[in-house]
Each structure stands twice: as structure tokens, then as C-alpha cells.
Ligand binder design. Structure first.
Ligand code: UD1
Length: 416
């Protein structure tokens, strides 16, 4: 429940990155032993990944944002459907399980709330490394007596496939070259973690990774990078409410596309080495964005940007070049009074003077963020249903918003 109209002001810390954690946790499968991942966010997706790793025999505990993981007892290289259906990132266990055990059985993730999300690149990649892969009763069944190095060129830049092939290749015999590798910060953080475990990887931060396989890896500890999408969402929250907010524990360089667009919209932004301050203008200018791969504007910020533009002074076009159908938030924003028309993979947003409260339904993680943002300025009390989606990727979002002065509370009742 959000009572809109409060200007956000103050300071909050940003949590560790969900998408980094979801890659680091499976990487721990590569070396039997104890790991500590600091700055791990307490999120539903982390709980799901923990349950998945436990089902294989790992010990997992999250306390005070330190995730302690012991993978010595892992003896069931299998990801059952009951876990994978809750979270697509479960597919990340495929590469490490295959590399450590020589076989793996991982449920196919299926589609997602806003459309198809194939895993063909993951499968083609591990086949290139020498795995035999069959699809049996909804499962990927992969076997390889020995993985060997290979040249893997992705037609499409994929975060997940890059991470998976990387984790398979670090223990393969010989050299693997990944071309058109994803360069998202979460992949770079995975490369650094693997490096600290003894992997030999050249080309960090570039789209050509060269991996020299090693016979084994050792456990290691690490600090999870800040969540650039959580940070971007709070910057938009400040901007949409005409507020002034400082974020701590951020890496401003990972947010340069979002910061640039916020400046184009009229916000003044000051960055320190790990802080960002945003001061919003009295009215926002319309700014087009096209969501694309890093360092472009993130698709995971597209829904939030649509909310921001809903009250800008003019028309903007928001295009998603990664997920063409990722617009399930649009009809809900229209229920709050936004003027948005969908044209193929673009939303044409005509700014309106005010949004008004309604009951709205969130369909996925970032859609729920966009509805909460719109609720912060809608007149009256906006009720966001199925808001449990937000807990997949935001640590205590309502408490952080309350700290900034928002009138928001969670009603008990809806269960995941
Ligand atoms: C990751 C992020 C997700 C983000 C997305 C794009 C995690 C856990 N999730 O998802 O939050 O929205 O990156 O930045 O890190 N594709 C194929 N075949 C494949 C794999 C992908 O065609 O086998 C396509 C997808 O349909 C999409 C594009 O590649 O159009 C990029 O997807 P990808 O980078 O793989 O996304 P995820 O890793 O699933």
C-alpha cells in the first residue's frame, strides 16, 4: 500500500547484486570446500539458489549478509524442476556440475512471465566443450568423460550462457575462447571470483575471454559487488518524487548509462567513489531509451524508466532490444492514469500531469518495481498486488523507501 505524493529525501545503502550472487553461488560447486560470500543480499532468489545447492548436498547459511557455503558434501549433480521453475538462474549449475562430476541433470527452465527465454546457447556451448547433451522428460542430461577446450562464439550476447560456459571451461582440458562474451559487471565479478579460486582467464572485462583449463580449483572468499539495478531503481524513485537522495555502497561506473539518461531528464547528479547523489528537477524532460547489452541501458531498468517518463513533460519512446515482450507493466501503469501505447518492442509514453491511485497487479520482479515507483507519485492509495515478486530482487524495499520518507507499508496476506 503506497500513499503517493511524498518527496523522497535522505541516504540509504545499496545491497549486494542479485545477479552477481546467483553466479557466484554455483561457481562454489567447482571446488569442494568452504566459501564465504560477503555482502550477499537477503533475497528470495538467494533462498531459492540456497535450497537448490542444499538439495545437491551443500551446506548453506546466510547470516548478516555473509553467505557461508560448504560444497564438500555435494554428491547429487541434479537440479530438480521444483527449484528451477521458481528461478531461471538455476541453469547456472549446469556448467559447474558437469565440470566437477562429468555429468549433470538440470531441469529446463521453460518460459518466463513476459515471454520465451531460450537456453540454446548454454546447450550449444557445453556441446562444443565435448559434452553429450540429451533432452529427457523436460531435463537437460549432460555427460562428458572429459571436457576439452574449444572456440565458442555466441551469436547473441548472453549473460547466463557466458557464465555457464566459463564455469565449465575453467576445469576443461586445454584452452577455451569465448567470443562475443557478455561484459556485464556481474560476469566480470564471476571472472574475478574464478580467478581467486585458481582459474586462468585472460580478457577480463572484454568480450573475448581466453580460459586455460586447470586440473582443480580451491575455495575462496569474496565480496559481492553492489546491485546496479537496485541503485538505478532508487535513483528513479528520487527523480520521480522530485526528491534528493544519496546512495551509499554503489559503483557509479556500472550505472553510467542510467546516470546519463537521468541527467538528460534534468536531474543533477554527483558521484563519489562509492556514492551517488541525485537532486531532481521540478519537472522532468522526456528522454528516449533503448535497453541493450552493457554498457547500454539495462533491460532490468526499462520498466522503471517507463514509470519515470509517465509524468515527464512530453513524449518519449522506450525500446527493449533484449526482451521484445517485456512490457507487462504497461497495462498496469495505464490503470494508474499513464498514457502509453505499445508498438512492437517499444512503449510510446506521453507524459501526463498526474497519476491516480488504483489496484494494480505485478507480474514479475521489475514490473513490480515500476508499479511501486508509479505509486509513489499517484494521488491516493495505490495497492500493488502480488508484490512478493519484489522480494526476489530487492532487500527490504519498503523499509528503504520508508527511510527516505515514503508512505508505504506491506499488508500481510499474499504468499509466494
Ligand atoms: C540475465 C539477468 C537478467 C537480465 C538479462 C539481460 C541473471 C540471473 N539474470 O538473464 O536479470 O535481464 O541477463 O541483461 O543474471 N538468449 C538466447 N539463447 C540463450 C540465452 C539467451 O537466445 O541460450 C537471448 C535471450 O532471449 C535474450 C538475450 O539472449 O534476448 C540475452 O539474455 P541473457 O543475457 O542470456 O539473459 P539471462 O542470462 O537469462
Amino acid at each position: 500500500m503506497i500513499h503517493g505524493g511524498r518527496r523522497l529525501e535522505g541516504e540509504i545503502p545499496i545491497s549486494g547484486a542479485k545477479n552477481a550472487t546467483l553466479a557466484l553461488m554455483p561457481a562454489a560447486l567447482l571446488a569442494p570446500g568452504a566459501f564465504h560470500l560477503r555482502n550477499t543480499p537477503a533475497l528470495r532468489d538467494v533462498t531459492t539458489m540456497s535450497a537448490l545447492l542444499r538439495s545437491m548436498g551443500a551446506l548453506v547459511e546466510l547470516k548478516d549478509n555473509v553467505l557461508s557455503l560448504d560444497t564438500a558434501g555435494v554428491d547429487r549433480p541434479e537440479a530438480p524442476y521444483e527449484h528451477v521453475k521458481k528461478m531461471r538462474a538455476s541453469i547456472y549449475v549446469l556448467g559447474p556440475l558437469l565440470a566437477r562430476f562429468g555429468h549433470a541433470r538440470v531441469s529446463l527452465p521453460g518460459g518466463c512471465a513476459w515471454g520465451p527465454r531460450p537456453v540454446n546457447l548454454h546447450i550449444e556451448g557445453i556441446r562444443k566443450l565435448g559434452a553429450e547433451v540429451d533432452l529427457e522428460a523436460g531435463y537437460i542430461v549432460a555427460k562428458a568423460n572429459e571436457l576439452h577446450g574449444a572456440r565458442v562464439r555466441f551469436d547473441v550476447s548472453s549473460v547466463g550462457a557466458t557464465g555457464n560456459i566459463l564455469m565449465a571451461a575453467v576445469l576443461a582440458k586445454g584452452t577455451t575462447i569465448i567470443e562475443n562474451a557478455a561484459i556485464e559487471p556481474e560476469i566480470t565479478s564471476l571472472v574475478q571470483f574464478l580467478d581467486s579460486m585458481g582459474a586462468r582467464i585472460a580478457g577480463i572485462g572484454t568480450n573475448r575471454l581466453e580460459i586455460e583449463g586447470v586440473p582443480d580449483l580451491h575455495p575462496s572468499d569474496c565480496e559481492t559487488i553492489p546491485d546496479r539495478i537496485e541503485a538505478g531503481t532508487f535513483l528513479v524513485a528520487a527523480a520521480i518524487t522530485g526528491g534528493s537522495v544519496t546512495l551509499h555502497n554503489v559503483l557509479p561506473g556500472d550505472l553510467s548509462a542510467v546516470i546519463g539518461k537521468l541527467q538528460d531528464a534534468g536531474c543533477s547528479i554527483t558521484c563519489g567513489s562509492s556514492t551517488i547523489n541525485l537532486h531532481a528537477p521540478s519537472s522532468l524532460r522526456p528522454v528516449d531509451v533503448t535497453a541493450s547489452i552493457f554498457p547500454g541501458f539495462p533491460t532490468d531498468m526499462q520498466a522503471q524508466w517507463t514509470s519515470l517518463m509517465a509524468t515527464a513533460l512530453g513524449t518519449s519512446v522506450i525500446t527493449d532490444s533484449i526482451y521484445y515482450d517485456r512490457f507487462k507493466h504497461v497495462p498496469e501503469l495505464v490503470r494508474l492514469g499513464a498514457d502509453i501505447e505499445l508498438k512492437e518492442n517499444a512503449a510510446v509514453v506521453k507524459g501526463v500531469q498526474r497519476l491516480v491511485c488504483a489496484k494494480v497487479m505485478s507480474t514479475d520482479l521489475r514490473a513490480s518495481a515500476s508499479l511501486i515507483l508509479a505509486g509513489l507519485i499517484a494521488e491516493g492509495s495505490t495497492e500493488v498486488l502480488r508484490v512478493y515478486h519484489i522480494d526476489r530482487g530487492y532487500e527490504s524495499i519498503e523499509r528503504k523507501l520508508q527511510r527516505l520518507g515514503a508512505d508505504i507499508r506491506r499488508e500481510a496476506g499474499e504468499e509466494f
